[in-house]
Every structure is written in C-alpha cells, then in structure tokens.
Design a protein around this ligand. Sequence first.
Ligand code: NAD
Length: 426
Amino acid sequence: MSFNSSLNIYDDPTFRMACEQFGFLADYLGIDRNDRDRLMLPKRSVAVTLPVHMDDGSTQTFQGYRVQHHLTLGPTKGGTRFSPDLSMGETAALAMWMSWKCALANLPYGGAKGGIMCDPRTLSRRELEALSRRYMQEMIPFVGPHTDIMGPDMGTNEQVMAWFMDTYSVYQGYAVNEIVTGKPVSVGGTEGRREATGRGVVYLVERAMDMLKMEPEKTTAVVQGFGNVGAVAALSLGLKTGVKILGISDAFAAFYNPKGLDVRAADAWVAKHGSLKEWDGGDRVEPKELLTMKCDVLIPAAVDRVINESNAAKLQCRILAEGANGPTTPEADRILDQRWSEVFVIPDILCNAGGVIVSYFEWVQGLQAFMWSETEVTDKLFRIMEHSFTQVIQRAKRHKISHRTAAMAIGVERVLKAKQSRGLFP
Ligand code: NAD
C-alpha cells in the first residue's frame, strides 16, 4: 500500500511502517481499494508552536502535535509523548496503532496520539509545567471528553496529566477530570491505571507460558525500557510470577546477569536518581545486544523499530511480549513468521492494551462520577485481556496466520464494518 505522496506531512519511517503493516493486512482481508485510504490515513491532525519562558530568561519554542485517526466508533483516545525525536509522522503511526488496539479490545474509541518534541529530562519542573499547560491550552479547541481524551505515554506521567486536566478545567470553569486519563487518584484518576499496561503485559506472558507449558521458576526474562511499562512488568514478573529477570535497560545503560538482577533495587534506584545511568547492580552490556541475549521472555518496553532485520533472526527468546508500540518492523515480522514455532509473539496492540483499557475505565468513572476499587479495575482488565487473547490465538490457529495479522485483522475489520454502516463522514 502506498499513500498519496502529496500527504507527505506524515512521511516518516514509523508511519511508513504502520502503512506497510496496514497494506499487508488490507491485501490479506481483501479490503476494497476505495476503503483503504480512509481507513489508514488520519482524519484530523494539528501541529502547534509552543513558546515557553525558560528559567534562564530566554524564550524557547517547542513543536507539538495531536493526531485523531478516526471518529467512527466514538471519541478518539491516545497518549501524549514528550520526546526529542517526535514527528507528525510518528504521532500518526502511533494514532493508527491505537485505532486497531482499541477496536481489538472492543473499546468505543478511535485512536489518537500527541506529544511535544522535547527532552523532558532537560527541563526544570517549572519549565515542564509551563510547556505542558501551554500544550493543553493550544489543544482546547481540538479535544474534549466526547471528542478526544488524552493519556500518558513515553516521557509523560501522572503529574503532566494533572496539569493538562487543570488547564482544561480552568478554561471551562469547573473540574473536567474526564478530559485526560492516567491522572493521580487525588484528582479523579483510577486505582490501578499506572500499573495497568505492565500488569496486562504480564497477564498475557503468563497465559503464553501456560500454553507453552513453561514453569515460572525455570523461566528467565529480559526487559528493555525501565519506565512505566517496563519497570512494572519486570517487578511483577520477577516478584509475583517468580520469573528470573536476567536483563534490564533504559535510555542510558543496559545490565545483564545470568544469575538474575535485583529489580526491586533497580526500581528504588530509578525512583531516587531518575535513571539506571549510575546503577551498579549488574554487569553492563551493550544496550543493542541485550535484545539478543539468551532468555525465555523478551519484553521490549521502550521505543519503536528495535527488532528489525538486523537482529530478528538472532532473538533467543521463546516469548516476545511487545510492551512498546511498534517495536518490530515488517522486515523482522517476515523473519519471525518463519520462526513461528520458536518465537511466540504477543503483538503490541494486544500485549500493551492494558493501559488504554484501564484508561477507558477511568474515563467511564469520570463521566459517571463513580469510583471503582483496584480489585474491580484489575479484574475487569484481565477479563478483557483474556477475551482478546483468546480471539487472537483462535483466529491465528484457524487461518494459519501470525498473531499480529490475527490481532490487526480483528481490529481493522471492526473499524471497517462501522465505517461501512455509517458512511463517509467519520
Ligand atoms: P516511560 O517514559 O515511562 O519509560 C520509557 C523507558 O524507556 C525509560 O526507562 C527510558 O529511559 C527507556 N528508553 C528510552 N529510549 C530507550 C532506548 N533507546 N533503549 C532502551 N531504553 C530506552 O514510557 P512508558 O510509558 O513506559 O512507555 C514505553 C513504551 O510503551 C512506549 O512505546 C509506549 O508507547 C508504550 N506504551 C505505554 C503505555 C502506558 O500506559 N504508559 C501504554 C501502551 C504502550
């Protein structure tokens, strides 16, 4: 599938990758040519310039984006990424994946994504707050609890969501906590949201281990990325499931120990020092090599396209659980398809759906001014993850297709069906 070159505002390797995945899927499903572009291309996108007074007295301008992929099933929903490399195209790719993810989980949303080109680690707290508030202020005409609901993603956290919620609420004149999810519980966030993505990843890893008859005490894992998703997954897998965590990494350092790492100590270190840069709890290894080191479960939980044609044939894991969005390129997929009996892939739109599922619960609670307990939230989360997992595995078996193709097919078909019922507008 090629998209019209006049639409080059999205041109970016990650967007091309999302389009290639969609094109493959559209051929597989035999989707009519007339339906393809309107299914694939974002419905609405906005770019904003954000001037901020910096602590040194200068004024810096930052670039922000928000992409709403489709409006067919309800409001759009998606995270906000603060990253120095963010582009409109990457934002659009992430919004497209959100669409298939929400549809797979049967959530009444289209996908969205947004963010700012910035390195939040180099900003003071005051600068970060000013930038976050300015971004939301610029977004006010574009978002709303029934239009587009933001959430956290890489580089943002509960505090940033609280600033978003406050900025939007000040403008409205009353507290609108359903405008964002992933907020602190003290301002209408839900119990269990922060842990939801990592917990969902671990739930599906356990299901896969069960299917493959792997015993937790004899199982090892490597986790790339030690943030919201990666750290929760490593802690939960290591401390609750009883799997030995051999490797962890973040943007600064990677560690491996064949006897196992103390992930609780790593987590405490990051809470105090902000990263694993100076941690000395294991042997340092080349970050790129971590992915191909021997382990049973590999969890990429950082950036996209890290599993590609250069390393897909070298993966030594039995289960690849995609905590990150888009960690595996189509070239790597073709290699992994050949290795289907060696590597059990839990594709991103299934594996990391826990975050948006609990965000949906948070939004529903906000709209109804209702509070669920953490047990209720986690129980409902696992029920949806279980249903999606079963559907994907059954479809893959029945049609002899990869787990990714099965997961995307379920999501894309749902959106297509809704578009066909509604007409051309959404
Ligand atoms: P985060 O900002 O909390 O943590 C990201 C981690 O990855 C940090 O430890 C960072 O240092 C590390 N990292 C960054 N670049 C790296 C690199 N090149 N190599 C190794 N580590 C690197 O972000 P997060 O919320 O945990 O998101 C991680 C991934 O999970 C992203 O792809 C995101 O889109 C996806 N995701 C997040 C959620 C969520 O609820 N937060 C939900 C679904 C998917």
